[in-house]
Design a protein around this ligand. Sequence first.
Ligand code: PAF
Length: 305
Amino acid sequence: MKIITSASQASTDIAKLQASGKTIGLVPTLGGLHKGHQLLMQRSSEENDITVISIFLNPMQFRKKQFLEYPSDFEQDKLIAQKTNVSMIFHPSVKEMYPDITEMDDFFKYQTDFKRRDEKNFVIEDNIIHVASNLVYHLDGKIHPWVFDGSTTIVSKLFKVLHPNRAYFGEKDFQQLAILTKMAAIYFPKIKVLGVPTLRDADGLAFSSRNVLLSDTQRQSALCVCHALQSAENMIKTGETEAKIVLDTIIKTISPLVKIDYIDIINKKTLEPITKISDDIVLYVAFFLNEIRLTETVIVSIHNS
Ligand code: PAF
């Protein structure tokens, strides 16, 4: 397994592999690898000759405190990647990916600065992608739209460097997946963006890098959110069509230790909040356990039930 920090080296190596007929699958990550990432890597290695992962803690999609506290351990990540058929880890520095930014604090200023956002189109200014309002202002993108500018900007940079045939993302970050699919269709039509269903631990909690920060009690509270969404899914599958009733039931069931940051039910295709459930939907909750922010996503297919 190769570990490459230079963007030009990674591009050259990948171009050589593609020239010899190999297909490349990319799994972009922030580090802090867990079994959910392993599932993405496995899927990539089933569908491509070579699997490349990127490990880059992208400052542009974090608040400063969350960025500094992000649980990552590169040595541990290397072991996980090695076990999962990964041929190359692209592990660039911040300078390599953002050569124009001189101060780390400039990333964190972006969050409050006014930026031009078009209603329907992505806008690229100073090498930063501002996601269209009609894609970004949904779910908790209403609270922190800049997170999606950050993830779209870095994924576009990774696509330029690594030009994979396929790229894999978790369905857990449903809005991110929808935005990246659109971004790739416009700027990288040859790259296929694929969503992979959420992997859950034996107790039902979705794998997330932040789970390692949870105490036992906090894990129980997080599970309570997961169970509330599962019950909501059952309510819908057994005929409940009023989104408000489903949302109220979820809120009532969730433990008082959980502080809900955002909760909604949206149409899976349009990402718009709904009042009547008649099509495939996404149940989404972002919540805090003390300072740890987690999200839960359940996709409910109405027509296959
Ligand atoms: O979902 C993530 O892990 C990140 O947002 C991504 C796609 C690796 C971009 O930094």
